[in-house]
Design a protein around this ligand. Structure first.
Ligand SMILES: Nc1nc2c(ncn2[C@@H]2O[C@H](COP(=O)(O)OP(=O)(O)OP(=O)(O)O)[C@@H](O)[C@H]2O)c(=O)[nH]1
Ligand SMILES: [Mg+2]
Length: 539
């Protein structure tokens, strides 16, 4: 595996010693005993309790070296209070746990020291482990989890779930990660893969022993019919089974990226002409002065982002530069380019106009949204209404029209014409200054986000919106897509009879291997290398 050199928060001296130690030993060995501070905090930050974890064959010996001679190891998986010493000086009074392998997180012998979390204690214990025994080295990022994976304690999907759980910001992300960690996704992929392998076994048998010639040449008046039946009989019920498997997989693939949205966050871009009040709305939703607001058109140049929790779902809100048809300013033009790019990638668009300049705003938005969609895919919709015509993830239902500065309209309120906004997710009149309409807008935005990740209306039995999404990363989608493509090719080839048995079988093999890559049953070292470097030290 790749060594990582990430900036992390842990006791530097122990790290330096471990690096020295590993340099002397040329390379990090997979069977080294490793240790790390696994709880939060660091040398600089005291915590109430600090958990130091040791994993490997030397773990019990290290624990014994820290206690007075003759002290017994604690009963497996029971907490025991122990005084820890280093060079006969007391280090701490700690709660210690011993998990003999294979019944531990890593599958190896594991010792956990629950020490007092002060800088002196943590540093002292880590140095004692590192210095005195020379039996262990400081763990690399994610190395405990890597060992758990290597020892069959979890598959790749579960490693990914653990990474997601450790970085979860919202309820929904937490629940999705836990479901994946429990192995629910792994089970489904595994059962699909088993079906493919059963189909493959059938093919191998046909290839090895030939198909059973059930129909004789004279059984049919039309020899063509006979031949076709004969060819189809080669695969028995496998064709139907694979077809229904393919359908099942396609249903999961057309999930509108629910799982990925929960994991990565729903991207919401605020888009509109200069001075409409986009940054003002951004600040209202952020509940702080995150963006500069001024009455000079073209104030915002870059795309600003903040994370919001809407109904338990992580959302990434983007403030963008105002878009207008012409500008001489090259920086503003660059800003507009970025606004376009952000809008094209967004899951939802809050398109904002200034109510006092409504028609001009609508005209600009029409052009911009049509343009955004065109840049994704060709489109010829050029009507007068907001030009969203359902391509990519940008559909009219992904766009909310917000008419801002409502406070400036007095008797002209009714002059706003809603007829030009067919099919949009909603039209809202708000004022960022008086906060009028903001609550209603926010409620609607939240329910739109929820329905986006739920696929349908969340059912009362769902523990969280989006429950049951099988695909949580682009990586899964890519392999599942390739498996479906292979099954579609199989469907064609399998109907060509004996002549194409080999080729058809190869497609089944390919589909099985693509699914195997999702769970890690098939070579995934490259995926894991990347994944483990994202973990913190001590996990
Ligand atoms: N009366 C009134 N003024 C508003 C409202 N919202 C924003 N403004 C004012 O409109 C001006 C422009 O606001 P911004 O939020 O900077 O507008 P923007 O859309 O981000 O503008 P650019 O960054 O230039 O594209 C500022 O002077 C705001 O104080 C509102 O609801 N009512
Ligand atoms: Mg702005």
């Amino acid at each position: 595996f790749q060594l990582t050199r990430r900036q992390t928060s842990f006791v530097p001296r122990a790290r330096i010693l471990s690096r020295l130690y590993s340099t002397i030993n040329n390379d990090l060995m997979e069977d080294d005993t490793i240790f790390a501070l696994s709880s939060g905090g660091s040398a600089a930050q005291a915590t109430a309790v600090a958990i130091i974890r040791i994993s490997g064959t030397q773990a019990p010996a290290i624990l014994q070296s820290l206690t007075t001679p003759g002290t017994l190891l604690p009963k497996p998986r029971y907490a025991a209070l122990r005084k820890l010493y280093y060079k006969e000086q007391p280090l701490d009074q700690a709660l210690v746990l011993y998990f003999p392998g294979p019944n531990s997180f890593t599958g190896e012998d594991v010792v956990e020291l629950h020490c007092h979390g002060s800088r002196a204690v943590v540093q002292g214990v880590l140095e004692a482990i590192s210095d005195s025994s020379k039996l262990a080295r400081y763990a690399e990022a994610g190395e405990f989890t890597q060992r758990a994976w290597r020892n069959g304690k979890m598959d790749v999907l579960q490693v990914e779930a653990l990474a997601d759980l450790l970085t979860a910001d919202t309820n929904t992300q937490r629940l999705q990660a836990l479901q994946q960690l429990e192995g629910k996704l792994s089970e489904t992929y595994q059962s699909w893969r088993e079906k493919l392998i059963a189909g493959l076994a059938h093919a191998e048998a046909v290839i090895d022993f030939g198909d059973d010639e059930r129909f004789g040449d004279d059984d049919f008046e039309d020899p063509e019919v006979g031949r076709r039946l004969q060819q189809e009989s080669v695969w028995g019920g496998v064709i139907d089974q694979m077809q229904s498997l393919c359908k099942e997989m396609e249903v999961q693939l057309s999930d509108q990226r629910r799982g990925e949205l929960v994991r990565e966050g729903v991207r919401i871009s605020i888009l509109g002409p200069p001075n409409a009040g986009k940054s003002s709305l951004f600040n209202v939703l952020a509940q702080r002065d995150a963006a500069i607001v001024s009455d000079t058109p073209g104030t915002t140049r870059d795309v600003l982002e903040l994370t919001l929790n809407l109904g338990g779902v992580k959302c990434i809100l983007q403030d963008t530069a105002g878009v207008r048809t012409e500008t001489e300013d090259t920086i503003e033009r660059e800003g507009m380019k970025r606004a376009f790019a952000a809008a094209s990638q967004a899951d939802l668009i809050v398109s904002m106009v200034d109510s006092t300049d409504y028609q001009a705003g609508i005209n600009i938005l029409n052009r911009v949204l049509t343009e955004c969609i065109r840049s994704e895919e060709g489109d010829d919709d050029n009507d007068d209404d907001i030009g969203v015509s359902g391509v990519g993830s940008l559909t009219p239902e992904s766009v909310l029209l917000v008419r801002n500065k409502y406070d400036l309209l007095s008797d002209g309120r009714t002059s706003l014409d809603p007829a030009t906004t067919n099919d949009l997710a909603g039209i809202f009149d708000i004022s960022c200054v008086t906060q009028e309409g903001i609550d209603h807008f926010l409620e609607s935005l939240t329910s739109l986000v929820l329905s986006r990740v739920s696929g349908t209306e969340p059912s009362s039995s769902s523990r969280y919106p989006g429950e049951g999404a099988l695909i949580t990363r682009a990586r899964h989608r890519q392999h599942a897509r390739s498996a479906v493509d292979a099954l579609n090719r199989f469907d064609f080839l399998s109907r060509q009879g004996t002549i194409a048995v080999d080729m058809a079988a190869e497609e089944l093999r390919l589909a099985a291997s693509e699914l195997g890559r999702i769970t890690g049953a098939v070579d995934v070292e490259d995926v894991l290398d990347k994944l483990f470097t994202d973990f913190c030290i001590g996990k």
